[in-house]
Design a protein. Structure first.
Length: 184
C-alpha cells in the first residue's frame, strides 16, 4: 500500500525548484515521458502546473528544450544549476531523496553519460584491491576500493561491475542510505 503523499509543492517556485533538482541530479537530456513518471511518483498531485513550470523554466533560460525523434527533451544549463542549487534546501528532504531514487530507477548510467572504469591493484599483504569508479560530465559519481583475498575473487568483482554497473551503483546507494527505493 502506497503512503499518502502530503502536499509539499505548494507554490509555482516549489515546482520549478523540484523540476530543476530532478534535471540537475540526472545531468543529461530527459524526455517528457520520463519526467512525468518521476513527477507522478514523487509529487502529491499531477497537474498542468508542472507543464507550465517547465515552460517558464525554458522561457527564462534555466533549462533547454530540444525536439528530437518527435519527443521533447529537457536539460538543465549552468544558469539553472547555479540558481537552483541555492534553493534546493527549500524542498522537503524526503522529497529530494525520493526523487533522486526515482530518477536512478528510470535512468541508466549510460543514459546519464556515465563512464565506468575499474582496476585490480596488488596490495602489500598479498590481497588485491578492486577499484571501481563511475564518472559523468560533473565528475565522480562514486569511487570504491574493495579488498579481496585472491586475484580470482578480485576479477569476479571487477567483471560483475563492468557487466552490471547500474546494479552496483543502485546497490551502493541502497547500502549507503538504507533506502529500498534504490533497488526497485
Amino acid at each position: 500500500m502506497k503512503k499518502k503523499k502530503t502536499p509539499i509543492l505548494r507554490t509555482m517556485t516549489d515546482i520549478k525548484v523540484f523540476l530543476l533538482y530532478v534535471l540537475d541530479r540526472v545531468s543529461f537530456p530527459m524526455d517528457e515521458l520520463t519526467m512525468s513518471y518521476i513527477i507522478v511518483d514523487n509529487a502529491p498531485t499531477f497537474s498542468m502546473e508542472y507543464d507550465e513550470a517547465l515552460a517558464m523554466l525554458v522561457e527564462s533560460g534555466h533549462i533547454h528544450a530540444e525536439e528530437a525523434d518527435g519527443k521533447t527533451y529537457y536539460i538543465i544549463n549552468d544558469l539553472g544549476r547555479m540558481v537552483a542549487r541555492e534553493l534546493y534546501d527549500t524542498l522537503d528532504p524526503a522529497l529530494r531523496e525520493r526523487s533522486e531514487a526515482c530518477a536512478a530507477k528510470y535512468i541508466s548510467l549510460a543514459e546519464r553519460g556515465g563512464r565506468v572504469s575499474s582496476a585490480i591493484v596488488p596490495a602489500e599483504n598479498g590481497r588485491f584491491f578492486v577499484e571501481l569508479e563511475v564518472t559523468d560530465s560533473e565528475g565522480v559519481l562514486f569511487f570504491i576500493r574493495i579488498a579481496r583475498e585472491s586475484r580470482a575473487e578480485a576479477e569476479r568483482v571487477r567483471d560483475n561491475f563492468e557487466q552490471r554497473p547500474n546494479v552496483v551503483w543502485r546497490s551502493l546507494l541502497f547500502a549507503a542510505t538504507g533506502k529500498l527505493d534504490y533497488l526497485s
